[in-house]
Design a protein around this ligand. Structure first.
Ligand code: 8YV
Length: 332
């Protein structure tokens, strides 16, 4: 039987690529170049499947120009880089990588929040630059994490994993806001309290953003929300750039209207707003919340499993483990 052709749009772990090669004719991006949409469209000609990451944009125009495409398997839990409705309309299956990154990403979100609260990046820069001449009583005093109020916007899998760390490990009071209130059985072990949106910003000592990006969450945190926050509060974003208005945040940080921020994602990344680069009270990391070797491998393996099954190969042929638009499968 002729093997289907697939495109692996970014460099991945060699064993994952080898596994895909057992089932498909694979065009791989060994140079790990970021292709623009024209180049991506050109490379996808004749391909039945695509292994993508958050860096590739799959929209209606691309789909129209790639009529043989049947599956887009994203190596990410978020899929705001993909127009899912356009895919569904064309019978293209979309898959993502939930679960496998939950705990790793929660670890990082918590670490970033702690780094912001305890001014770790700012104080390290001070030490490295040779400015540390003496101890002083108020040098890099921050705000406590233990016993404080942890506010979570977006109480999905990762939000709940962060809440567990805060409630069970650090004695934090957990409040959250979500599209829908969680069942009491989920709230109870965390002592988590559902609050209205404004109350979340007002009551937060440490606010963590874990909402998926969509037009509804665009600039969910802007000047208005920042104005509600305590001057001692921190804000940590491990969700997506665009959930926060980065210019408004930089201004609030500069004017110390909130104490500090931890940011792993940015509007228009890998570009970072120059104002954010200029303020001291922010910890900046390059979208690495899921970046442990084990988790990235699990994500790549799951994306590969999805692609193999979506294109009718392997032991789970026709039953990819984590479809985003499973309705497409029933139509096949
Ligand atoms: C990825 C992420 O590193 O899973 C997600 O949604 O944001 C990260 O884990 C990134 O999207 C690369 O695909």
């Amino acid at each position: 039987m002729m093997k289907s052709e697939v495109l692996v749009a970014r460099k991945v772990f060699p064993p994952v690529l080898e596994r895909l090669r057992r089932h498909f004719e694979v065009e791989a991006n060994e140079a790990d170049t970021i292709w623009d949409s024209a180049e991506l469209t050109r490379r996808l000609q004749g391909k039945a499947g695509a292994f993508t990451t958050g860096s590739e944009r799959i929209d209606g125009a691309l789909l129209a120009a790639c009529p043989r495409l049947r599956a887009v398997c994203n190596m990410a839990v978020g899929y705001n880089n993909i127009d899912v409705d356009a895919c569904t309309a064309r019978g293209v299956l979309v898959t993502n990588t939930p679960e496998v990154l939950t705990e790793t990403t929660a670890d990082f979100g918590f670490a970033l929040m702690m780094a912001a609260a305890r001014r770790m990046a700012e104080s390290e820069r001070f030490l490295r630059s040779g400015e540390w001449k003496k101890w002083s009583y108020d040098m890099f005093t921050g705000s406590d994490v233990h016993g404080s109020t942890l506010a979570i916007l977006g109480m999905g899998r990762i939000g709940q994993a962060i809440a567990r760390r805060g409630a069970l490990g650090f004695g934090m009071k957990v409040i959250y806001h979500n599209r829908a209130r969680l069942p009491a059985a989920v709230e109870a072990p965390l002592n988590a309290r559902y609050v209205e949106r404004d109350a979340l910003f007002r009551e937060a000592d440490h606010l963590l953003l874990v909402v998926p990006y969509s037009p509804a969450s665009h600039h969910a945190v802007g000047a208005t929300e920042l104005a509600l926050m305590k001057p001692t509060a921190t804000l940590t974003n491990i969700a997506r750039g665009g959930v926060v208005d980065d210019a408004a945040l930089a201004q609030a940080l500069r004017e110390r209207r909130i104490a500090a921020a931890g940011l792993d994602v940015f509007e228009g990344e890998p570009r970072v707003h120059p104002y954010l680069l200029a303020v001291p009270n922010v910890v900046l990391t390059p979208h690495i919340a899921s970046a442990t070797v084990a988790t990235r491998l699990a994500m790549a393996d799951l994306a590969a499993d999805n692609l193999i099954a979506a294109l009718g190969c392997g032991p789970h042929a026709g039953r990819p483990p984590t479809p985003v638009n499973p309705g497409v499968l029933t139509g096949r």
